[in-house]
Design a protein around this ligand. Structure first.
Ligand SMILES: C[S@@+](CC[C@H](N)C(=O)[O-])C[C@H]1O[C@@H](n2cnc3c(N)ncnc32)[C@H](O)[C@@H]1O
Length: 398
């Protein structure tokens, strides 16, 4: 399993631990668990060790959600349109086991095989049959967006397009398997294509298969990613009306506002500049947050306004981002997309840009993964309480 160097806020950490944010704050305030560090605005930040430490404490607690995390069950994931595994990586961060992937692009397959050895990797979803897919708790997939994306030139074909229409291949397989939770991702253009009719079809198709559906547009820049990247996340829970809202929305308010008159914190540095600085090299001039990276926008095609440039005013020079920097602005681990052989020759930079521009940012996937895990863990804890109660009443002759 690959560990991300991400930090979580209180709500995210609570979801990862499997308790409510209120419970987590109570433990911190009562000193039941040692407090964590704060960012320069005075907000709590939880790293991986904090989450593990508090999860261990939670395992000794008797609340239903803490019991759920005690079960330590590894939930399983089947991943479709896997790309370079942004979704998969985020879910894995929260203890999910990826045991099936499906991806048609050769370069992406190479990167998937590099990071997930020995699991089934199917190629063309149109040729997949259900016997190929192991039983899974969750199905994830960012189906192709080219036919609904506002970044593509010309008329949007929507779900009638050959690429975005692959959604129907996903639902063909889903209809037979019906896993408990599905999470889909696409560009916000999915909401408006054909005046919203396409999105209506997506929701109706899932509903007809028994899924209650919710959706939320999330921007990666609010998850520590130095890029404004809005995507629609659609969550479906099989025969559970409350599930999608429990996963996608937080009932608790956030921690309050920045403290006034506090000590001077670290000098603000643009998040994008921080990523570039961490990559080494000279100190260039960049904007604070990168524009959304599209599969084609890092090359010299597409729209100029939507491309992020790095400039060197003293030299009068400007350049586009390197593939390595694109990994940084997508919040993937360093060298994630470097192939293990030279079979891709001179095309490799362009293949890396393209795959990164299509990907899900792992921190957003991790946030959703943490919340799906809390949901599934709670559900299985409730199911085990019900079955224990039933066996007790049977033993008592009830
Ligand atoms: C929007 S991208 C998903 C990226 C992925 N979520 C990630 O984080 O990298 C859609 C992916 O679907 C793949 N794809 C397109 N047609 C496919 C097909 N017929 N079968 C399987 N995968 C396909 C594309 O190659 C692309 O990688």
């Amino acid at each position: 399993m690959v560990t991300l160097n991400s930090t979580l806020n209180t709500q995210q950490a609570a979801a990862a631990i499997g308790v409510s944010a209120i419970t987590l704050k109570r433990w911190l305030l009562n000193g039941k668990v040692a407090d964590v560090s704060r960012d320069r605005n005075g907000w709590r930040v939880f790293n991986n060790q904090d989450v593990e430490r508090i999860r261990t404490y939670a395992e000794g607690d008797a609340t239903p959600s803490a019991r759920a995390s005690k079960s330590n069950k590894k939930f399983t994931v089947a991943s479709f349109f896997s790309g370079i595994g942004g979704f998969d990586l985020g879910f894995e961060e929260h203890g999910f086991q990826i045991h099936y992937q499906c991806e048609i692009n050769k370069f992406c397959q190479h990167i998937l095989k590099k990071h997930w050895k020995g699991i089934t990797l199917d190629t063309n979803i149109t040729e997949v049959t259900n016997d190929r897919i192991p039983n899974s708790d969750v199905w994830i997939g960012g189906f192709p967006c080219q036919d609904v994306s506002l970044a593509s030139m010309g008329t949007r074909k929507g779900l009638k397009g050959a690429r975005t229409g692959l959604f129907y291949e996903f639902t063909r397989l889903l209809g037979e398997a019906r896993p408990g939770v599905i999470v889909l991702e696409n560009v916000p253009g999915l909401l408006s294509s054909h005046q919203g009719k396409d999105f209506e079809i997506v929701i109706k198709t899932l509903a007809e298969l028994g899924y209650s559906v919710g959706w939320r547009t999330l921007n990666s820049q609010y998850f520590g990613v130095p890029q404004s990247r809005q995507r629609v996340y659609i969550v479906g829970c099989y025969r559970d009306r409350e599930g999608p809202a429990r996963i996608l929305f937080e009932p608790e308010r956030s921690e309050g506002h920045i403290k006034k008159n506090g000590p001077n914190g670290e000098k603000p540095v643009s998040p994008l500049k921080r990523v570039l600085r961490n990559l080494g090299g000279e100190s260039p001039v960049v904007q604070s947050i990168a524009y959304c990276l599209y599969a084609c926008s890092a090359r010299h095609t597409g729209t100029d306004w939507s491309r992020t440039y790095v400039s060197y005013p003293s030299k009068g020079a400007v350049r586009r981002l390197t593939a390595k920097e694109c990994e940084g602005i997508m919040a993937f681990p360093k060298d994630w997309t470097v192939p293990t052989s030279n079979e891709f020759g001179a095309d490799v930079e362009s293949l890396r840009y393209h795959a990164l521009g299509n990907a899900v940012t792992p921190p957003v996937a991790a946030w959703i993964g943490a919340r799906v895990r809390a949901y599934l863990a709670d559900k299985s804890a409730r199911a085990s309480v019900t079955s224990n109660t039933e066996s007790l009443s049977l033993a008592a002759g009830g």
